[in-house]
Structure formats: structure tokens, C-alpha cells
Design a protein around this ligand. Structure first.
Ligand code: UFG
Length: 334
């Protein structure tokens, strides 16, 4: 038995957005744990070749008939929702895309779940809900004050989930990720965004000779070396936390929120330095202006997830995380 459930009672999971970066690692992890997996993805930013297990359905959350058929024809215990627009700068320039994709489409998914009486939901939330934090490290009780539409739409969904619990008993766990990075040790799946905007893959593109330099956005922040500090967390450690959160929900837990980070901050310059060591390549740095909406320091207090989920990140060193990303990119870039 795991809690109230029999070991033979394998969880049946719908992974929405399972062709994306974090979703595809989740699918691989769930497969390793023996779950029965259905993936729903519209492939707008995801990639078919990153889905390594389960049944794949290509489709959109705006398609009510499709959602009805997904839930009618399959026995689903829990939905994990990774499908969202997630670029901070884009959200500032095109907010309605974020309000539509992240809030309206999630409401459609939750309505379909309500119609089909599915009561367990794991939500990909973000540290962007905190905005410029008023304390460090950031706990789940730190005030939320998102500084861009991306964070605002994620926070709105968290609120919607609380209301759904009150209204019809939907139990959810919101996981607020800090900076996801790295790739599976197999190097068969990893981060592939078009366009790429994240620091580690861009730095590795420079190392691979695909980009001339990395622009460091801001060098006059109030940090030791003047560049922004972030808390990097390996994508497989995120997958582990989702699995543990899912089991907690299936064993009857109440709705709750957790931060997922390593509780260690690294500056942009430190990331570049580590990448130089991992790749043994020159990585040219150019100082650039601050990027709009970037908080100076984001570091998580994730003690609650460690304590209550039994979560134990396996990739705590930044160089290990970067090395796993480098192994993947060397395959994917070629
Ligand atoms: N950075 C650069 N140069 C670049 C790209 C990034 O200096 O070319 C800097 C950024 O200014 C920031 C840091 O590197 O200080 C990390 O930037 P990323 O774009 O990799 O990640 P963010 O911290 O902006 O955002 C990520 C996720 C968001 C999430 C946030 C929460 O992409 O979805 O973490 O911490 F909200």
C-alpha cells in the first residue's frame, strides 16, 4: 500500500502540455514509476519527439468536444497542467495572449474536469507570482505581487483553483517553480524553445559556437557582482516533486501550495563561470541594459515541500545541472 492506495492501483494521469520542456520530463518520470499516461498537447511550442511514453492526443484546451472525449473515453485520476505561455517579456508585450492561454484555457480544462467528476489537479505555477519579493528567502507565505502578466495569470489560476475547491471539491496542488534547468541524464529530452530566452541554454549556445556572446542583462543590481541572482532547479527534481504531490492528492490531501527551488542563489556571472568550467569553452560576455520586469534576487525557501512531500532534489550542484543541459544540447544542436 502507498497510503490508502494499493500498489497495483497505478495512477492514471493526463499530462496537459506533455510535449514541452517540463511536461516531457514529467512523462518520462511517470513512465518510470509505472503510471498510465495520456498526453494532450497542441504542439504550439511542444515537440512530438520529446514525448517518450503514453498515448498522445494532439489538441487544444479550447476544444470542448475534444476535452469531453478525452475524459469520457479514459479513466483519469489526476490532471497535471503544464500547458501555458511562459515568457515574461512576451507577456508584457502581448498580455491578452496570456490571459487567454493561461486563464481562459485553464478554466475550460477545469470545466471539463468538473463535468466528468475528476477531482485532482497539479498546477505548474511560478516564482513570478511573488514579483519583487519583500523578504528572502521566499516562503509560500511571502506576499504575492506579480510584476508582469505572466505571473498575474498564474496567480489568477491559483485563486481560481481555491474557488473550485470551495465550489465543487476540486483538490489541487500548486507548485511554484523557481528557475527550471537541465535535462534528463539520457540526453534524449531537454529544453528546446523557439525563440530561446533563458539564460542557461543561451550560454550553452555560445559555448557551442552558435551565438557570438551572451548579453548580461544588468550589472548594477544590488548584488555582490551586480548581476541578478536566481535559484536554479533541475527539471527531473521538479518531476519528482510533481509525482510526490500527485500521490499526496490521491491519498486524500487537501489543496496546498509549495515552492520548488534549491534554496541557493547564483548570479548571472556565476552561471556563465560554471558553464565555462563544464564546457571548457570560452564564453564571451557583453554587458547589456537591465531586462524589464527582472527582480534582482529570487531564492526559494522550499522547506515545506521537503518536509511535507518528502522531496529530495537529486541535482543540487549548479555544475551538474549545467552538465546535463550541455549533454542534451550537444545532441540537439547538431
Ligand atoms: N539573463 C541574461 N541574459 C540572457 C537571458 C537571461 O542576463 O540572455 C538573465 C536574466 O536577466 C535573469 C537571469 O538571467 O536575471 C535568468 O533569466 P531567465 O530568462 O533564464 O529566467 P527568468 O528568471 O527570467 O524566468 C524564469 C522562468 C519564468 C519564471 C521565473 C521565476 O522563465 O517562467 O524564472 O524565477 F517565472
Amino acid at each position: 500500500m502507498i497510503g490508502d492506495r494499493c500498489l497495483s492501483d497505478l495512477p492514471k494521469v493526463l499530462v496537459v502540455g506533455g510535449a514541452g520542456y517540463i511536461g516531457s520530463h514529467m512523462v518520462k518520470y511517470l513512465d518510470k514509476m509505472g503510471a498510465v499516461i495520456t498526453v494532450l498537447d497542441n504542439l504550439s511550442t511542444g515537440h512530438r519527439d520529446l514525448i517518450t511514453a503514453g498515448e498522445f492526443i494532439e489538441g487544444d484546451l479550447g476544444d470542448e468536444a475534444l476535452l469531453n472525449s478525452v475524459f469520457e473515453r479514459r479513466d483519469i485520476d489526476v490532471v497535471m497542467h503544464f500547458a501555458a505561455s511562459s515568457l515574461v517579456a512576451e507577456s508584457v508585450a502581448d498580455p491578452l495572449k496570456y490571459y487567454t492561454n493561461n486563464i481562459s484555457r485553464t478554466a475550460s480544462l477545469l470545466s471539463a474536469m468538473q463535468r466528468h467528476d475528476i477531482k485532482h489537479f497539479i498546477f505548474s505555477s511560478t516564482a513570478a507570482v511573488y514579483g519583487e519579493p519583500d523578504e528572502l528567502p521566499i516562503t509560500e507565505n511571502t506576499s504575492t505581487n506579480p510584476s508582469n502578466p505572466y505571473g498575474a495569470t498564474k496567480l489568477a489560476v491559483e485563486r481560481m483553483l481555491r474557488d473550485c475547491d470551495t465550489g465543487f471539491g476540486l483538490k489541487s496542488i500548486c507548485l511554484r517553480y523557481f528557475n527550471a534547468c537541465g535535462a534528463d541524464d539520457s540526453a534524449t529530452i531537454g529544453e528546446r524553445h523557439q525563440p530561446e530566452t533563458h539564460l542557461i541554454p543561451l550560454v550553452l549556445q555560445v559555448a557551442a559556437g552558435l551565438r557570438e556572446h551572451i548579453s548580461v542583462f544588468g550589472h548594477d543590481y544590488e548584488t555582490e557582482d551586480g548581476t541578478c541572482i536566481r535559484d536554479y532547479i533541475h527539471v527531473n527534481d521538479l518531476a519528482q516533486a510533481h509525482y510526490q504531490a500527485m500521490m499526496k492528492l490521491l491519498n486524500g490531501a487537501e489543496s496546498i501550495t509549495y515552492n520548488l527551488g534549491n534554496s541557493a542563489g547564483f548570479s548571472v556571472r556565476q552561471v556563465v563561470e560554471q558553464a565555462r568550467m563544464v564546457t571548457a569553452k570560452e564564453i564571451k560576455v557583453v554587458e547589456a541594459a537591465r531586462r524589464r520586469g527582472d527582480p534582482a534576487v529570487l531564492v526559494a525557501d522550499s522547506a515545506k515541500a521537503r518536509r511535507e512531500l518528502g522531496w529530495q532534489p537529486q541535482y543540487e550542484s549548479l555544475s551538474t545541472m549545467i552538465a546535463s543541459a550541455w549533454a542534451w544540447h550537444q545532441r540537439d544542436f547538431s
